[in-house]
Design a protein around this ligand. Structure first.
Ligand SMILES: [Zn+2]
Length: 296
């Protein structure tokens, strides 16, 4: 007999899902806010649904109205990880409070909640215990990621910039332990390290310059992580370059965008509004950059 660790089989993944509880309502918290957006300023379009319960989990994209092909277009994504609340609520507040003022200057494509079942069970994973942010590539299997990729590709739009809104919070210590168990791995040094501040992940070294503008804007709203190293990458004043993973949404987005980045808000010691404000400060900085530099 060996007690070597083994990845979870399908039955163990089903047992994981069976142990999850619905903690909140995607319809009430997200869809109702989307359908309340003014229809003269935004087009709200379904792009799919989750197979677990299509009526409960329709997927929506919001596009600017009017749309002007001559203007730069920004891609904004939230809720790839359903438990990272301010990625979703930051995108919603941006639409409700901010986006309309840029009409005629910048076009937006906003996917505010890519993983709605993850939102309701308040977890990083989807129905099949997959992390959608490791499935944005041709061989990916997470349906949230596949539907998002096919929707973005169907737009035939080149984006001036792409921003994916996330959090890194203290719950990640437990979630990393769950991932190690799921994948049949042992705990590793660093699994329990959470940076206590905002940091920004960019998809390429050429995205670092705009990253510094984002950090300067976010610093006015919430503290920046001071660590010299984050996730094993050298941090340049709160910016890390992850260009060697290729399964993240920011990697997929980078194929369709001149610049691509992922926010990582630290929400644990932060009022929710402050964390949302940091997401919105990032978006505003990227918009200002696109207006100043409409082409690369
Ligand atoms: Zn995340």
């Amino acid at each position: 007999m060996t007690d070597a660790l083994k990845p979870w089989n399908t039955a163990e993944k089903e047992a994981w899902f069976a142990s999850q509880n619905i903690q909140r309502s995607y319809q009430a918290d997200v869809v109702d806010r989307l359908t309340a957006l003014p229809s003269d300023k935004f087009n709200l379009e379904p792009y799919g649904a989750l197979s677990h319960d299509p009526a409960r989990y329709p997927l929506y994209v919001v596009k600017s109205k009017p749309w002007n092909d001559a203007n730069p277009t920004i891609l904004i994504t939230g809720g790839v990880h359903g438990y990272e609340d301010t990625g979703i609520t930051g995108a919603l507040r941006f639409l409700e409070e901010d986006a309309a003022q840029y009409a005629d200057k910048v076009n937006f494509v906003v996917y505010p909640c890519i993983s709605p079942l993850g939102y309701e069970i308040n977890h990083r994973w989807n129905r099949k215990a997959e992390d959608p942010n490791r499935h944005f590539f041709a061989g990916g299997t997470a349906e949230e990621s596949l539907q998002l990729m096919s929707s973005v590709e169907s737009l035939k739009v080149h984006f001036r910039a792409a921003v994916d809104l996330h959090e890194t919070n203290q719950r990640d210590v437990g979630i990393t332990a769950e991932r190690r168990a799921r994948d049949g791995q042992k705990f590793e040094t660093g699994d329990d390290f959470i940076p206590e501040g905002f940091y920004l992940v960019v998809a390429s070294t050429s995205d670092v310059a705009l990253g510094h503008e984002v950090i300067d804007a976010v610093r006015k709203v919430t503290p920046i992580a001071a660590d010299a190293e984050i996730l094993g990458y050298k941090s340049d004043k709160g910016i890390i370059v992850i260009d060697d993973v290729k399964t993240l949404l920011q990697d997929f987005a980078r194929k369709h965008a001149d610049v691509s980045m992922t926010t990582e808000i630290y929400p644990d010691n932060t009022p929710k509004k402050e964390a949302e404000d940091a997401q919105i400060a990032t978006i505003r900085t990227v918009i200002a950059y696109a207006m100043k530099n409409p082409a690369p």
